[in-house]
Ligand binder design. Sequence first.
Ligand code: ATP
Length: 694
Amino acid sequence: MYLKRLELQGFKSFADKTVLEFRPGITSVIGPNGSGKSNISDSIRWVLGEQSMKSLRGSKSEDIIFAGTQSRKSLGFAESSIVIDNTDGKLPIEFSEVTVTRRIYRSGESGYYINKTPCRLKDVLELFMDTGIGKDGYSIIGQGKIDEILSNKSEDRRAIFEEAAGIVKYRVRKADSEKKLEQTKLNLLRINDILSEIEANIEPLKKQSEKAKKFLDLREELKGIEIGLFLYNIDNYKEKIAEIAKNIEVFANQKNDEDAKMQEKQTLKENLKSAIDEITLKIEETQNLSFEMREKQEKINSDINIANERIANNRENFDRYLKEIEEVNLRISELEEEKKQRLEKKTNLSSNREKFAKELEQKEKELEEISTKLSAEEKKIEEKKKKVEENTDLKYEKATLINTQEVNYENLEKREKTVKNEISNTISELDQKRLEKDEISKTFYEIEAKRNDASKKLEEINEKKEQSISKLKEYQDKINALSSEVRVKDSKLKFLSDMEKEKEGYIRSVKSLLLDCDKDSNLKKGMHGVLANIISVPKEYETAIEMTLGQTLQNIVTDTEEDAKKLIEHLRKNNLGRASFLPIASVKGKKVDRLIKNNLGGVIGIASDLVKVNKKYESIILNLLGRTVIVDTMETAIILARQNRYSFRIVTLKGDVINPSGAITGGSATTKFNNIIGRTTRDTRIRKRYKKIK
Ligand code: ATP
């Protein structure tokens, strides 16, 4: 089994993906100071589950993510993978090549993967157990680690040999089982406590739960009703809009119909107008005709009069001719008388006979002429009579025509009246329709306004809906972010509580004593815990306080000297090693009473003032830190020490110490008390945050 390859991305100084291939044999990495050699071994330890940021030379987990340079932006995550050749099957996994990956994001999310499958830290630790590879194994020896191993107590070295001998696995399993057993017992006790507590609370809680349930039910109901109402309103508005649209269509159709009707009426009106015009024309024509007829009648009448006059004239002539005939007849008789006389005279006057014959002949001729004249006149009279008759017929004919025309005229007058009535009816109907149209237009505009209102409301509702959706998304994002924080906090809490339960980080004697105290309440009586655990130190002073207190951090605080005695006896009886105790009753301290600063900047304060602690431990803190002043740098420390004539201890933020004796201790600060300071405070802080997020 050997380490074949190391792949880094975003890990400390390795921003880009970097692959380091290792061949069998020795591989040396060389490079100038600060070029990232130690980062390589850090990355291997990190993959193997290193939790202490201090041993990875950082202060918080983010410090291992590439922080960026002047020319390059920082990255959001760091990843390191080791690829191990497992052809000899040393690792308890059925793969000939095993890739272990660890990844962390700036948000705090992190995870382990074996052959790209997500797994727990425990799985990684178990995989390498007893192989010699591991964050605490002897296979990775960092700078100054050899010195540390050599100067360690034999008990601490034992762990390394146990790891090499391959029995750690069983020891860990045994410890695990014991721990689990213990924990189960504790859990049972706690459950009993909780049960009795819960039983007392059960009745009020039941009521509260009922109330809460009712509230939830009602809230659900309200939500349902609100959504229903909302949907109902939307449906209603939609229906109304559809109805309005339909109405608009109907009104538009009606309007079109009315327009068409109006058009028809208009054409009817036009037609009627032209008919009236025609009729008026005809009336005029008829009137003209009637005038003409009257004129003709008058003319005929005058003709008749003339003819009558002529007839009268002819009658007169006739009478006159009759008289003349009578006269002629009279004459004839006279002539006949004369003829007789003549004849007598003929006889008498035979001599005058010829004369008288001639005279007769002439007179007969004259008679004949008069007779032809008379018959001609009679013919003329006949003709005149005939004409009179004809004219009388014509007169009757014309009178009938005039009568017909008069009837027509009356009819036309009647028709004109009807048409006029119809026109006025149509006009009033038209006015009515116009009014109706105005009414419809008004309704139409009202409906349109309503529709616009509804559309506006719909838009507003839609907008509100959009806003609600985006708010919902925001909340969802927040919930997601908080959930991931909860997960991180959860694992941190678990990690811290595991550490506290296992008393990790304490020396063996203290650890055993604490575990025994947890089991035995009599033993625990009067014992307050480890000093490191009862103080809370701001992060920036952690190194200084650690360097000041050193091993004292693992001292056990008790009420009295008797309590300390009882615990020492327990240690001795069980051969658990040695431990130091700080009885509250006997440990007294004093604070620096005079601190000469002379305007010296960089003097931060007296250490006991910078540490937060319960009032009852004040005397212990004064004893341990009351005569220690924390400053920023060594330069300040030296000046302050001289000004105050070395009357107290001075510690720099990096952990360099000037003792009252004048002795100076300093150098690189490797911590031995990982995570033991303020573990409880951290735990409470995380719990508070956890509760708040929940
Ligand atoms: P030396 O020979 O002095 O031991 P080295 O070669 O071991 O030095 P490292 O200590 O491994 O060097 O690397 C330190 C370098 O890594 C420093 O230059 C530091 O700026 C860089 N570095 C450490 N953490 C980050 C980080 N988060 N982002 C970017 N660079 C980092």
